[in-house]
Design a protein around this ligand. Structure first.
Ligand SMILES: NC(=O)c1ccc[n+]([C@@H]2O[C@H](COP(=O)([O-])OP(=O)(O)OC[C@H]3O[C@@H](n4cnc5c(N)ncnc54)[C@H](OP(=O)(O)O)[C@@H]3O)[C@@H](O)[C@H]2O)c1
Length: 292
C-alpha cells in the first residue's frame, strides 16, 4: 500500500462503526491519526491507542477542547451520532454545527463530513434532514470540505435460517431496490479523500456499492449458503419510531433518485458489491431459529 506523507488526520467517531473503518483505512496507509473521544479510558479508545492512535479528549459543548484537539491537523473527518427521536435530532445538529465551527476556528485545511444518502436535499426524514442542515452550515463555513453520503450499511442485513431456507425481512416493498455500502468502503473512500489521493466530483459523493431489491438481497445470501432464499416485505409499523418509518418510506421511492455507482469506484476501485461483501466477510448462514 502506498504511504502518503501526511500530517495528522483528526477523526471524530473513531470508536464507532464508520469512524472505526476510517481509522482502519488511514492506518493501512500509515497516516498519523488523532481520535477525538469522549472518554480516553474507554475500552474502545484504549484499543485505538494500542494501535498507535493519538487520543484527544473532547466534549462537543466545550469549544476549547475541540480547538485543542484540532490544532495543527492536516484534515478532519467527522460523523454525527444516531438520532432516534426529534430531541436527539436537535442534539445531532448541535454536535455537527459545533464540529464545523471548531474546524473553522482551528483553520483545518480540509474537512470530510460523513453525512447520509439523500441529505443533499430535505426529504422529510428528520435524522437525514439534520445532516442536510449540517451540510448547509459546512457549505457556508468557507472551509474546504468534502461530503460523503453513505447508503445503508451492508452490515445491517441480517437474514435468518428458517426450515432450511434463508429468509430476509425488511420493511421495504419487493420491487424497491435498496442502496447499500460496506463499512470497509466508507472508511476507504473517506481515507482517500482525507489523504488527498482522490477527489469527489463537486466535493460530494453518494456512497453506494450495490443496489438490490429484497428478493435479490435474499438470493445473494442464499447463493452463498447454498440454500433457497425467501424475501418477506414487512409493514412500516414494525419499525420502532417515526424517524425510521419516514426513512423507509423514502427508501421505497429510491428509483426517483438514481445512483451512479461508478463515481464511488472511481475513488475506491475495489468497492464491494453485496455478493463480494458476503464472501469477503466470511458470512455463513446463521443458526436455525428455534422451532424451524
Ligand atoms: N445504519 C446505517 O445503515 C447508516 C447509514 C448511513 C448513515 N448512517 C448514520 O451514521 C451515523 C451513525 O454512525 P455509526 O454507526 O458509525 O455510529 P456508532 O457506531 O454508533 O458510533 C458513534 C460514535 O460517535 C461517538 N459519539 C456519540 N456521541 C458523542 C458525543 N456526544 N461526543 C463525542 N462523541 C460521541 C461515539 O463515541 P463513544 O465511544 O464516546 O460512544 C462513537 O465513536 C448516524 O448519524 C446515522 O444516521 C447510518
Amino acid at each position: 500500500m502506498s504511504t502518503p506523507t501526511t500530517g495528522t488526520i483528526a477523526v471524530f467517531g473513531a470508536t464507532g462503526r464508520q469512524g472505526g473503518a476510517v481509522v482502519d483505512a488511514l492506518l493501512d496507509h500509515k497516516a498519523p491519526v488523532r481520535a477525538l473521544v469522549r472518554d480516553p479510558q474507554s475500552d474502545r479508545a484504549q484499543a485505538l491507542a494500542a494501535r498507535g492512535v493519538e487520543l484527544a479528549a473532547v466534549r462537543t459543548d466545550d469549544p476549547a477542547s475541540l480547538a485543542a484537539a484540532l490544532t495543527a491537523v492536516e484534515a478532519f473527518y467527522f460523523m454525527t451520532p444516531e438520532a432516534n427521536s426529534l430531541e436527539e435530532v436537535e442534539t445531532e445538529i448541535r454536535i455537527g454545527t459545533a464540529l464545523v465551527d471548531a474546524a473553522v476556528a482551528a483553520r483545518v485545511p480540509h474537512v470530510v463530513f460523513n453525512s447520509v444518502i439523500g441529505a443533499d436535499r430535505e426529504w422529510g426524514v428528520p435524522h437525514h434532514d439534520s445532516k442536510h442542515s449540517i451540510e448547509e452550515h459546512l457549505r457556508k463555513s468557507g472551509l474546504r470540505a468534502t461530503t460523503i453520503r453513505p447508503a445503508p450499511f451492508m452490515e445491517e442485513m441480517a437474514p435468518s435460517l428458517e426450515h432450511g431456507e434463508i429468509v430476509l425481512r425488511l420493511p421495504l416493498p419487493e420491487h424497491a431496490a435498496l442502496k447499500m455500502i460496506s463499512l470497509r468502503d466508507i472508511g476507504r473512500v473517506a481515507a482517500a479523500l482525507l489523504l488527498d489521493t482522490a477527489k469527489a466530483p463537486g466535493d460530494a459523493v453518494e456512497l453506494v456499492g450495490d443496489e438490490l431489491t429484497g428478493p435479490q438481497i435474499a438470493a445473494a445470501f442464499g447463493a452463498r449458503a447454498g440454500l433457497p432464499a425467501h424475501y418477506e416485505a414487512l409493514p412500516l409499523s414494525v419499525l420502532p419510531n417515526d424517524l425510521d418509518r419516514a426513512m423507509f418510506r423514502q427508501f421505497a421511492k429510491a428509483a426517483e433518485h438514481p445512483s451512479d455507482l461508478a463515481v464511488v469506484r472511481a475513488i475506491e476501485p475495489a468497492t464491494l458489491d453485496l455478493a463480494e461483501w458476503i464472501r469477503s466477510t466470511g458470512w455463513t448462514a446463521p443458526r436455525s431459529v428455534a422451532g424451524s
